[in-house]
Design a binder for this molecule. Structure first.
Ligand SMILES: Nc1ncnc2c1ncn2[C@@H]1O[C@H](COP(=O)(O)OP(=O)(O)OP(=O)(O)O)[C@@H](O)[C@H]1O
Length: 818
């Protein structure tokens, strides 16, 4: 390749365009491990240093190689983080045996297999990360899932700055208050986006906030224990914003809720609720203290909330992330966690939880490495520390119902300080403007039959007549327990035992699974008018009142108008037709509802027909008889290394859910009540013992902070050194510090205009890698250094031990991409 050709070659991409906010996550079902010029390769990725290791997996720095560029060209490689997690489930052995029998490779993964231990965990993590496209959330580019291998690989955006460090070895803060504000601002933006997507992170802490290479941004990482809440997504985005996801069964699986997730010091009081004391006496004494010292009013609020919080176990909602964010802010400001056991006393988990539930936090006289005076725990109004202490007070509100929301955090004066245009910033960073699920997208997502509402008027007339003819036939079919499907296939499905439509609308369908009930409850709740909601409030005490009723009343009322059609369609297990709220509200009339219902029936009748989607060799799309019919892997794009022929068997999520229900309800790992109520979506609170198995065991002080991380080694003497050597920095995708302001977001931003504003930093000066920003010397040594023989040597030895991957010595032909 000559110079000119190289310079005109488009920038290297991962997948089609990894930085395209709309870009799909690539799914690759073949893994080839080989040595190329002495380096281990995994498909197109050269593997380098190990940059992290978690409970279940390892994270490696890798480089995507673009063969279009000659060796040595700066665009030939871009860094990525590759996390590998070993499939480790009870069926692993069985799989191995099956593999040796040379069963054909297929992405057709029985759902039951997806719901086991580690594999289920990573699949859920993947499913959640696939939903995320935000400048402050670590981006997933590709999933390499070769069923013949023991590991699943996640290729992610590489955050070269490492995790946020916040304390020195003597527990003193190492970040300035201004730096802290910027970090928290980034985290709030990322978290707000996640919540809007219906995702509860469950493990917010400094160690899960990763710096970009230039340390101008942090991004939220590690979705290993995150939870997708259908109700939350519904509340944030409205019905029109909730497209069914092919990975619903994985996302909605909450068997992990029976395990406590998160890091002890960052757990919200409602998670460890049984550790609360009887607050009635305690709260009054705290209130007295609060009133005696002319404190800011916020403390009184916290104290009063203790007694209220004691009456009943509050639902566990996204507010747990807000609490954890409060603890994170506290860590950054004070160099220690907000709650701990009594100093001097032998530490125990029980004491920590007791402290979280029952004790107030304290504030040092100064905060940050710049030692700004706080004014103590109860500063006078107008004092320098009052705004931030006040914010902490609201974040660390023990009663989740009274806890500040992220929307409110964003309006806090301390939080907004130093932003040039706060109003514009608030406007641009609102996730509500970011997620517009168009009708096209939803119809595409719901069914492989492409249906556009733009054609609706014309089409409706045509298919109304068609429908009239087909309706009776359909009805007959349904009565006989037959579903229309692939033109060549007619199979029986479980016959509904529901008496009639009216009964079904009035109560939850007896034939629908428990799994779906929580979803239905959440939907029907959001469909209620505010008035109806309030009249139901006595009945639904454990339900979180999602902000949709406040902020999205238009879509809520629209949804209410759509309720009959929607419930009718759900009753039949059909695809949902999602409409543009404005469009729908303007057209809502008995006639249009009727028409919509007809469409629903029509789609229901044809939705099982997906021409050319099935492999001729795959199982029947509607064959529900065996485990092989449970594949849910609707994958938008697949790169098939070695062969261009895809033998994917896709299945609509609705079918998958049905399969899933049958399995789950019989296995007993998931109940709607457990899922719904533990996340504030259901009427029946579960026994807390089901969620937590708390053992009061003694932990040392350091153990208590396990996972909190944050110790900056060598602070403050050692200057900050970027983890990625400068030579490689030139190749990194993230722009250098000197870059123009608009580029600061790097290629992962949404668009140029919003990127400047959307930056939590809100200003153009480069991030100061001050001497107090120690990165831990040696931590990144050799990382990413392509010439570093030791590093590769390490990798090699790892590889020899790695029974999941064997790097064959042969040099492989460059793979072809879609
Ligand atoms: N995208 C990334 N860029 C840079 N480093 C990363 C990235 N993802 C993870 N790491 C590093 O790898 C470490 C482990 O990653 P991660 O937390 O995702 O693994 P895990 O198995 O889920 O860990 P844990 O069991 O602690 O939850 C992180 O602490 C971080 O230092």
């Amino acid at each position: 390749m000559n110079e000119d050709a190289v310079s005109s070659t488009p920038r290297l991409t991962i997948g089609d365009d990894p930085f395209d906010p709309e870009g799909d996550v690539l799914t690759t079902d073949r893994l080839e491990a080989y040595m190329d010029e002495g380096r281990p390769m995994l498909n197109n990725y050269t593997r380098h240093a190990k940059i992290g290791g978690g409970q279940h997996g390892e994270v490696y720095l890798c480089y995507k190689v673009d063969p279009r560029f000659p060796p040595g060209h700066p665009d030939r490689r871009i860094p990525v983080a590759m996390k590998s997690v070993k499939r480790d489930n009870p069926r692993a052995e069985q799989f191995k045996k099956l593999r040796t029998q040379r069963l054909p490779t297929s992405a057709h993964t029985p759902l039951a297999d997806r719901l086991n231990t580690t594999e289920a965990k990573i699949r859920k993590e993947i499913a959640i990360m696939k939903k995320c496209r935000h400048p402050h959330v670590v981006r997933l580019y590709e999933v390499i899932d070769d069923r013949m291998k023991d590991k699943i690989y996640m290729v992610m955006e590489y955050l070269a700055g490492g995790e946020v460090k916040w304390r020195d070895d003597r527990n003193r803060p190492i970040l300035s208050v201004e730096q802290t504000r910027r970090i928290i601002r980034d985290a709030v933006l990322g978290l707000e986006y996640l919540h809007h997507q219906g995702i509860i992170h469950r493990d917010i802490k400094p160690a899960n906030l990763l710096w970009t290479e230039d340390r101008r941004q942090v991004k939220i990482a590690d979705f290993g224990v995150s939870h997708f809440s259908y109700a939350q997504r519904l509340a944030s985005a409205g019905k029109a914003g909730v497209a069914e996801d092919p990975e619903d069964p994985i996302l909605l699986d909450d068997s992990d809720l029976t395990r406590r997730a998160g890091t002890p010091s960052f757990l919200a009081p409602e998670i460890i609720y049984e550790h609360r004391n009887d607050f009635s006496t305690r709260s009054s004494s705290l209130a007295n203290v609060a009133n005696s010292g002319s404190p800011s009013s916020s403390h009184t609020t916290t104290s009063q909330s203790l007694s209220k919080a004691s009456s009943k176990r509050p639902p566990i909602t996204k507010a747990i992330d807000v609490w954890a964010l409060g603890v994170t802010l506290y860590c950054l400001l004070f160099g220690k966690t907000a709650f701990s056991s009594d100093p001097g006393a032998p530490s125990s988990e029980w004491k920590l939880y007791n402290s979280i539930c029952n004790q107030d936090w304290t504030a040092d006289e100064t905060m940050g490495s710049d030692r700004i005076p706080t004014g103590g725990r109860h500063p006078f109004r107008g004092s320098e520390g009052a705004p931030v202490i006040n914010l902490l007070d609201q974040l660390l509100q023990k009663d989740p119902k009274l806890r500040i929301t992220l929307e409110e955090v964003k309006r806090n004066p301390w939080f907004l300080r130093d932003l040039p245009e706060p109003k514009k910033w608030l406007q641009v960073t609102s996730p509500k403007g970011k997620i517009d699920v168009s009708l096209d997208e939803t119809s595409d997502a719901m069914s492989s039959v492409h249906f556009r509402w733009n054609w609706g008027v014309v089409l409706s007339r045509r298919i109304s007549s068609l429908f009239r003819r087909s309706r009776d036939a359909n009805r007959d079919d349904r009565d006989r327990g037959v579903v229309r499907s692939d033109p060549h296939v007619r199979v029986r499905r479980q016959k509904s035992n529901l008496p009639n439509e009216a009964t079904q609308l009035a109560s939850m369908p007896a034939s629908s699974s428990k799994h779906d009930k929580g979803k239905q409850r959440a939907e029907s709740r959001s469909l209620r008018s505010p008035k109806q909601s309030s009249s139901k409030s006595l009945r639904s005490k454990s339900i979180e009142h999602w902000p949709a009723t406040r902020g999205d009343s238009a879509s809520a009322s629209t949804s209410a108008l759509q309720a009959p059609a929607h419930l009718a369609e759900r009753r039949r297990g059909s695809v949902s037709i999602l409409t543009d709220p404005n469009h729908a509200s303007s057209q809502s009339s008995p006639t249009s509802d009727k028409r919509r219902a007809r469409f629903t029936l029509f789609l229901n009748s044809i939705s099982h027909w997906r021409p050319n989607k099935y492999s001729p060799h795959g199982p029947s799309p509607t064959d529900t008889s065996g485990p092989s019919s449970t594949d849910v892997s609707v994958r938008p794009r697949t790169v098939n290394y070695g062969t261009q022929q895809s033998s994917r068997v896709t299945r609509r999520s609705e079918e998958a859910l049905r399969m899933h229900r049958t399995r789950i309800s019989s296995s007993g790992t998931l109940t709607a009540d457990r899922r719904a109520s533990s996340w504030g979506q259901g009427d029946q609170p579960i026994e807390f013992a089901e969620v937590l198995s708390l053992n009061s065991m003694d932990l040392s002080d350091s153990e208590m902070n396990i996972g909190a991380g944050g110790v900056g080694a060598g602070y403050p003497e050692r200057p900050f050194t970027p983890r990625t050597p400068s030579r490689l920095s030139n190749m990194a995708s993230t722009p250098r510090v000197e870059s123009a302001p608009d580029e600061r977001f790097g290629p992962a931003c949404f668009d140029e205009d919003s990127s400047t504003i959307a930056s939590a930093f809100g200003e153009d000066e480069p991030w100061e890698n001050g001497s107090n920003m120690s990165d831990g010397e040696g931590e990144g040594e050799g990382e990413g250094d392509e010439e570093d023989g030791d590093e590769l040597g390490d990798d090699d030895s790892d590889d020899q031990d790695d029974n999941a991957v064997t790097f064959s010595p042969r040099k492989r032909q460059p793979p072809t991409q879609d």
